[in-house]
Design a protein. Structure first.
Length: 75
């Protein structure tokens, strides 16, 4: 369990890191939102507009090295 004072820092760091990793796809037109919830700091929740199976696969590959679960859904 993560110390409460580190949760906010972790959320900020993971959100920033995922944005950096997804930047090329964003430049290609990807529209998304990433959240990390305080009650589940081990999962990146990614909401994607116009989600396709191909985008899901690319996002999973892109974020796979972060050491977190990735939950992708239309949104």
């Amino acid at each position: 369990m993560m110390k409460p004072e580190l949760v906010e820092q972790h959320i900020t760091a993971m959100t920033t890191a995922s944005g950096n990793l997804l930047r090329q796809m964003e430049d290609e037109g990807l529209r998304y939102r990433v959240t990390v919830r305080p009650e589940d700091t081990g999962t990146l929740h990614v909401q994607v507009r116009e989600l396709t199976p191909e985008l899901t696969e690319r996002i999973e590959r892109c974020l796979s090295g972060m050491g977190m679960q990735v939950a992708i859904r239309e949104g």
